[in-house]
Design a protein around this ligand. Structure first.
Ligand code: KG4
Length: 337
């Protein structure tokens, strides 16, 4: 018998629903929230309200696009955390009501494990990573190196002690007045700039942990010092600034990842999270394959930023293990896996 999972994602500012059948994606529908653009960042209260408006049409479309009926579903998987609590409450409450009304089983999903689980989506001709593998998870809220031991067992072996990589992109873009979210804009401009034009601080911290707050400050000081003598400094140098910023972020991320892979003697390396859409980072991953012969797993663009297909994928694996949750499930804003 087929296993059909409805996945629901509402941890930040994307309302998403997807249906997967035995690990294969049948539909993946996302409503992004443009309302935050004018504020240069996600406004939690507005995000919750927009989720409330979007969730029913998004779920209806995901079920229609999948060509199934609600009655055929085996279970509902939903993101329980970490994320913005008000946003998570919308997805969690919806999943609970939906499951209760239809007598469906519920599976709670950790948002970070969901990003990794994008690699477990089954597609023709696609190779799956073998356990154990390392996953670099980089998003707006997290930068971590995970040791993935199994579909549901993942150990954080390194993580940021302050800002996330995506946050560094977004905040540096904000001080340059480039718009929000800054990551994709920096990426586009970086393609036209010189990555060696400016030098920014790199952290010196032990183990496999990351830090991006020093880089952010160093970027800010470069702007401040140069703007004193040239008020058009940003406008004249924005491509070089973006290219240098991007290459510094990538160096920081890759150096620790390579160290972890060498120490643990693991040559299967995956990339996940919103920042995995960055073309420079994707190229750096390709080089792990061409220069070192490691096997790399780079997600499709559709599965980089927040989406419910990855939630449904994680939910499917938990469903197979009988890891269900009941109606007492409450969302959590922060956690470790
Ligand atoms: O995973 P995600 O959608 O949301 C969470 O944070 O959970 O990641 C969003 C982050 C933002 O910081 C955004 O600027 C960044 O991913 N991002 C990028 C690119 N596309 C999205 N950063 C750099 N280059 C990109 N092409």
């Amino acid at each position: 018998m087929q296993t059909l999972i409805l996945g629901i994602e509402s941890s930040c500012d994307d309302t998403s629903a997807a249906v997967i059948c035995d690990g294969v994606v049948l539909s993946n529908v996302t409503a992004s929230q443009a309302v935050h653009m004018r504020y240069g960042g996600v406004v939690p209260e507005l995000a919750s309200r927009a989720h409330q408006q979007n969730i029913i049409p998004v779920v209806d479309k995901a079920i229609a696009d999948a060509g199934i009926t609600k009655e055929q579903l085996s279970a509902v998987a939903f993101t329980r955390g970490p994320g913005l609590l008000g946003s998570l409450l919308v997805g969690t409450s919806f999943a609970k009501g939906f499951a209760l009304a239809r007598g469906l089983k519920m599976v709670d999903v950790n948002h970070l494990q969901a990003h990794v689980s994008a690699h477990f989506i089954i597609e023709e001709g696609k190779q799956q990573p073998e356990f154990p593998f390392l996953c670099l998870l980089v998003s707006g809220g997290n930068s971590q190196i995970l040791l993935v031991k199994d579909y549901t067992e993942m150990e954080i072996i390194g993580q940021t002690i302050d800002d996330a990589a995506g946050e560094a992109f977004d905040k540096c873009a904000k001080v340059m007045n480039l718009g929000y979210p800054g990551g994709p804009i920096v990426n586009k401009l970086a393609n036209e700039g010189d990555p060696k034009a400016f030098t920014f601080a790199k952290p010196v911290i032990p183990n496999y942990d990351y830090s991006f707050s020093g880089l952010k400050t160093s970027f800010l000081y470069t702007l401040r010092d140069n703007l004193k003598t040239d008020p058009d400094f940003i406008e004249k140098h924005k491509a070089d600034l973006c290219a240098s910023l991007q290459s510094t972020v990538i160096d920081i991320l890759m150096n620790k990842l390579i160290k972890a892979a060498k120490d643990l003697k693991i040559t299967q390396i995956a990339l996940a999270g919103g920042v995995s859409a960055n073309t420079g980072l994707r190229d750096a991953f390709e080089k792990l394959h061409t220069n070192r012969g490691w096997t790399v797993f780079i997600p499709k663009f559709a599965y980089t930023t927040d989406n419910a297909a990855m939630v449904a994928s994680a939910g499917y694996r938990r469903y197979q293990k009988g890891l269900f949750i009941d109606q007492s499930a409450a969302p959590f804003s922060r956690t470790i896996i």
